[in-house]
Design a protein around this ligand. Structure first.
Ligand code: FAD
Length: 496
């Protein structure tokens, strides 16, 4: 039987946070958007610890802030880390920029089944044609560009949807991204394996940090401990590939063995029981999740979220990168469809900003991982992080002194290195050499770069059209006043 053929403006593949974000922001500009999702929601997904820019920035642009509030997710004030040579956990707080502290200096720990469903149903409310149980089976293209997709509907009937743009937001395990060309390049540094499950009755950090993610290093890797409710906790061990064989046998024994060797998590789980039934009863593993594709777009197609890249879960960056990329892709497609910007220029801006965000996280996380190892190794990483061709000693001084300036487009709302360093709570235990180094790491330019763009998104969410930005890239574009497309910087000045 020949397939049913339809036409639309944009097809989005995948209904995770990346797909729902881009679809909603395209529909808000009046475009016809079909979102194809292979599962029926709610569906399980890992990635439960969020950042404030997703909750308050993207959340407001999508119009879901109140719904997220009503969902009673666990409030996350920051992260607590048993990391480095310091035996006592220290805190990283979100209340870093005075302008953003208070009502927006928190994020949520979310059950992704609930969070992702809120975003997907919200896309439908904005006019996106959401089709679940509808896996994409192929991409329609020719030498010039991608022109649509094939999918199977819930009755097994084949469809072809022809579209001006296809957005691949189908996550880590889908192969749709291959149609964008290029290769998937795996990070050797972060080529880890995660083994995770859920526990009832685990202890909590003392208030006000009881909703924090706790990341605790141990000899073979590190463990995340994410409070999802007063009683339910997500617990996962991240270990290096060399230990993969240990996950082949009894996974419960393997996870409990890792917990046993991590004193603080062992103590927190001493009265807890592992959930053994239902969706949280399964122990799961994920490997080879840190990679970047060599290209994020080709004419007619763009990759968003895990379809394009992911680094490592330690700083909860996955949903941020997916929703940030969703915003950037929506701006680019909106600009091209309205005829205001060429496809090359719009997607050059998309890819430039997306790679920049990925790169600074990558460098920061590499340095952060190194904090757990020895002095020599941290010393070596300092040079890599600052990316300065100089001696190890100079690079180290530059890193910890926060003097390497790559960013001069600061606005009143950008965070300063000093404010970020102050985000690390300096308890008595922070007065150790490793505690001091950690404090300095958070005051470095690379961390500031990570936070600046996230702050921009938050400010735009809060202030809407009032927020004006300077180009982030040399000769680059800036967001239009509603934040949903790109304009030349000169056009924005004229408008003002
Ligand atoms: P997804 O959430 O994967 O959504 C993709 C969707 O596409 C899915 O619903 C899928 O069913 C659908 N799909 C797939 N193939 C097709 C197809 N052919 N047709 C139609 N639909 C399709 N991130 C955080 O922010 N915080 C964390 O604490 C965190 N912890 C993590 C821990 C681990 C061990 C790992 C591996 C990742 C973690 N992440 C975390 C990352 C996070 O899981 C992802 O970055 C995030 O889910 C990416 O969102 P997405 O929208 O790109 O993709």
């Amino acid at each position: 039987m020949s397939p049913i053929i339809e036409n639309t403006d944009v097809v989005v593949v995948g209904g995770g946070p990346g797909g729902s974000t881009v679809a909603t922001l395209l529909a808000r500009r009046g475009h016809r958007v079909v979102l194809l999702e292979k599962e029926t929601f709610p569906r399980y997904q890992i990635g439960e610890s969020l950042l404030p820019s997703t909750v308050h920035g993207i959340g407001r642009l999508l119009g879901v802030t109140e719904e997220l509030e009503k969902a009673s997710f666990m409030v996350k004030r920051g992260g607590s880390f048993r990391w480095g040579t310091n035996p006592v956990p220290w805190n990283f707080l979100f209340a870093v920029a005075p302008e953003l502290s208070g009502p927006t200096s928190f994020a949520y720990q979310v059950e992704r089944m609930k969070f992702d469903e809120i975003l997907l149903r919200n896309a439908a409310k904005h006019g996106v044609d959401v089709r679940e149980n509808s896996p994409v089976t192929g991409v329609i293209d020719d030498a010039e560009r991608v022109r649509g997709v094939r999918y199977t509907d819930p009755d097994g009937i084949e469809h072809e949807i022809h579209a001006t743009f296809v957005v691949d937001a189908s996550g880590n395990r889908s192969r749709v991204h291959q149609h964008a060309g290029g290769d998937r390049i795996y990070s050797e540094f972060f080529r880890n394996i995660a083994l995770f499950g859920y526990f009832e009755g685990g202890k909590r950090l003392p208030a006000p940090d009881s909703g924090n993610i706790l990341c605790a290093a141990f000899d073979e890797g590190w463990i995340w401990y994410i409070p999802l409710s007063d009683t339910l906790t997500s617990v996962g061990a991240v270990i290096s590939r060399e230990h993969a064989a240990r996950l082949q046998g009894d996974q419960e024994q393997a996870l409990l063995g890792f917990v046993d060797r991590c004193a603080i998590v062992k103590d927190f789980l001493s009265d807890a029981t592992r959930v053994a039934e239902g969706v949280y009863g399964e122990l799961r593993t994920r490997k080879d999740y840190s990679y970047t594709n060599s290209t994020f777009h080709r004419p007619g197609m763009v990759l968003v979220g895990d379809a394009a890249c992911f680094i490592d879960p330690v700083f909860s960056t996955g949903v941020h990168l997916a929703t940030y990329a969703g915003l950037l892709a929506a701006r680019s497609i909106n600009s091209v469809l309205s005829g205001d910007v060429t496809e090359d220029r719009a997607f050059g801006e998309f890819e430039g900003r997306y790679r920049r965000e990925y790169r600074v996280f990558y460098e920061f996380l590499s340095a952060f991982y190194d904090m757990q190892s020895n002095e020599d190794s941290y010393f070596w990483k300092a040079r890599k992080v600052t990316n300065v061709a100089t001696t190890d000693l100079e690079a180290f001084v530059s890193l910890v002194g926060g003097v390497h300036s790559g960013e001069n487009a600061l606005t009143a709302f950008r965070v300063s290195s000093g404010a970020l360093a102050d985000a690390v709570e300096r308890t008595g235990d922070m007065q150790t050499p490793s505690g001091e180094r950690m404090h300095h790491l958070f005051g470095t330019p690379v961390v500031r770069e990570v936070m600046q763009e996230m702050n921009n998104i938050q400010v735009r969410g809060i202030q809407g059209a009032a927020a004006r930005e300077l180009p982030l890239l040399d000769g680059g574009l800036v967001p239009a006043s509603d934040g949903l497309s790109w304009v030349e910087p000169a056009a924005l000045l004229e408008e003002a």
